[in-house]
Design a protein around this ligand. Sequence first.
Ligand code: UGA
Length: 458
Amino acid sequence: MNIAVTGAGYVGLVTGVCLAELGHEVICIDVNEEKIEMLKRGRSPIYEPGLEPLLEKHLDNGRLHFTISPDTAYRKAEIIYIAVGTPQKHDGTVNLDFIMKAAETIPQYIKRDCIICTKSTVPVGTNDKIQRLIHERKPPDVRIDVVSNPEFLREGCAMTDFFNGDRIVIGASSTEAASTIESIYLPLGIPCIKTDIKSAEMIKYASNAFLATKISFINEIAAICEKIGANIEEVTKGIGSDKRIGPHFLQSGIGYGGSCFPKDTQALVQLAGNVQHPFDLLQAVIQVNNRQQSLPVRKAKELLSSLKGKKIALLGLSFKPNTDDIREAASLTIIHELQKEGAAVTAFDPAALPNTLQHLGNSIQYAVTIESALQNADAAIIATEWNEIKHASLDIYEKYMRTAIVIDGRNCYSLKDIQNHNITYISIGRPPIIKKHADQASLNAKEKTYDETTAHLL
Ligand code: UGA
């Protein structure tokens, strides 16, 4: 089919490339000319494993195109996916400007019957508004159906998720339009849930809110485990073995971040408030998460008494591994709190240094290796469980730090492995390991042998 995808951001780009892989003729449109030029050259503006090879493949075979021209994008389209951003406004509600702009523009260029399929996460009732806008503006002789097809891809494994998702949700008022969209996904063999538009919109919010609830729940249990001397990993194994609960999304840590959970939980609280149903449970989930993000700083303060003038190595900046995305990342809260306490931060991340540099400038130092971040540090905080961090040799903490104090916000290491090292190790929901550290003289000797590689990207 001829498919246009509006918005070459995270969701739009992955959708466009994967639809080309399914054999469709795809054209992606975006208002950002620079981004479109980059994509035409086969370069992805986002870091997503597996995306760039497929992008190059379908540019080469002519199945995938990029444009900034609405006329070129929409003229031949049989299906138009809307995948523009729906960012959060200051009051927690959703900014629908981009999506409404798309709904106003599209009908001006449509030349044939088509289906408009919304991928962007939108509050319940938005697709009805889109439908009304489009019907007011469309040419009288063409038929346009609006379908809600919410996205469940995760950053960092979006390509795998596209081809192996658990379900596809299609909300439509026309059974014909729903069947056409279903036929697009048929080769994937993923079960399709066909429903009404409002229920489809709600499924997306309820899914993200439920997953966020699981995370805050397990983080609360972890906090209690710490107080009573239990181990959250044992507890998680025990409860996750109950099929009704399941083992997924029970990884305790320093909370959820990213462009979706924080925004979507806030939006659902707002939505519930608007219909006079205060969503107390979800409000508590958000509150627990906010508290959790600054937990490593509270733990560092407990250990070092004061953080003033202390050098803290921050390992991991992205909101989760395999992405360069730092939106709503716990690392940003940690940096803010550390700076408030007067500490100096040196950060390492395998992918997110450029984005962080753009966001924070030179208010922190940047290290291109874990070792150089640890050099001379009084404590290290792990904020993201990158493989590079999880599989790093534990020797480096003893070798390079002034005092080998590690506050692990993602439970990267086994307590057994840590026991064999002279590392004070505080993790989440597990018993702490407190060690006596080497004296200052021997640490100074180590410093002399270290080849200084701390990189200042500026
Ligand atoms: C999330 C959903 O998982 C996707 O299904 C959805 O499509 C997407 O939002 C969206 O609405 O667009 P994403 O934000 O990419 O995907 O990331 P997740 O893998 O869900 O992780 C979110 C956050 O939760 C991360 O900060 C992660 O570290 C944290 N997390 C996740 C935990 O703290 N514990 C867990 O057990 C799982």
